[in-house]
Design a protein around this ligand. Structure first.
Ligand SMILES: [Zn+2]
Length: 285
């Protein structure tokens, strides 16, 4: 659930900033009847790269869970510095895809890499996996790093076309009925796998969370731009059951922003960017 209007630390920061602005030395000196009228203090920008003053910034945090709004409110300048890095990365890496924001049937990445060509460097469950170029480069680096610590990251699923999703979803509906199928499988267009940046690792099972590869991924994947999409205890928000094996490449800057300010919760980061990217872009001087 989203908690509205509960961000005391954010408010605290804003009050401090407003107070600082009010005490600015730029106030006109009123001496006598012919004194020049007091000039308004310049609005204080939170970060020089954005035209945000305090009120605009507060609106960005509206609707965020309390702990996330509090973390951001404690350090709005640092937050916007991280956001700036994300805006410099490709926006399609952080596109929001869920049950309310499906991809078009026509959406098909144009830079898919056939992972079979990298079978010397990657561990693959079967032939035929494909992944977008940038996600592949990060995967290679991540796999090498894991291997150096004795951890094997096996790629079990990557890009899935819209047509493939149709087939899989129809099979689940046959087996479980539509209501249950929706909890375990994405309807066509609603899967991050269509982006070509999501990877399922290992057994694609709950046990992965407690296996060395699962623990390693949870602790380290963000350093390579990967992020756990469906964490435990957040089914209501993400729309999907806990999937400790499913990671999405969102770029290193976005993964860092998610770790530092969004409590490692990809859904809130992607929702934030989905809602405010236009405003953030327009606010750059
Ligand atoms: Zn998956």
């Amino acid at each position: 659930m989203v908690c509205r209007g509960r961000w005391p630390l954010a408010l605290g920061t804003i009050v401090v900033l407003i107070t600082a602005a009010a005490c600015s030395p730029e106030r006109g000196a009123g001496h006598g009847a012919d004194a020049v009228p007091a000039t308004q203090p310049e609005p204080k920008l939170i970060h020089p790269a954005f035209n945000f003053v305090e009120e605009d910034f507060a609106a960005l945090l509206d609707g965020m869970p309390q702990q996330i709004a509090a973390a951001i409110g404690e350090d709005p300048h640092g937050f916007l510095a991280r956001v700036l890095d994300v805006l410099d990365e490709s926006s399609d890496l952080t596109v929001l895809v869920d049950k309310e924001h499906p991809l078009a049937e026509e959406y098909r990445p144009t830079d898919l890499v056939d992972l079979d060509t990298l079978s010397d460097e990657l561990v693959l469950s079967r032939p035929g996996h494909r992944l977008r170029r940038e996600a592949t480069e990060a995967l290679l680096e991540m796999s090498a790093s894991a291997a150096s610590e004795g951890i094997t990251l096996m790629v079990s699923s990557a890009y899935r076309s819209y047509e493939y999703q149709q087939t899989v979803y129809a099979r689940w509906v046959d087996e479980l009925g539509a209501a249950t199928a929706d909890r375990v499988s994405a309807q066509p267009g609603m899967s991050q796998h269509q982006l070509g940046t999501a990877v399922d690792f290992g057994c694609i099972c709950r046990a992965f969370a407690d296996q060395p590869a699962g623990r390693w991924m949870l602790a380290n994947s963000h350093r390579y731009g990967y992020s756990l999409s469906y964490p435990e205890g957040h089914e209501e928000v993400t729309g999907y059951l806990y999937e400790p094996w499913h990671f999405r490449y969102i770029g290193r800057a976005a993964a860092a922003l998610e770790q530092e300010y969004f409590d490692g919760l990809q859904h809130y980061l992607l929702t934030f960017l989905h809602t405010h990217r236009g405003l953030l872009e327009a606010s750059r001087p």
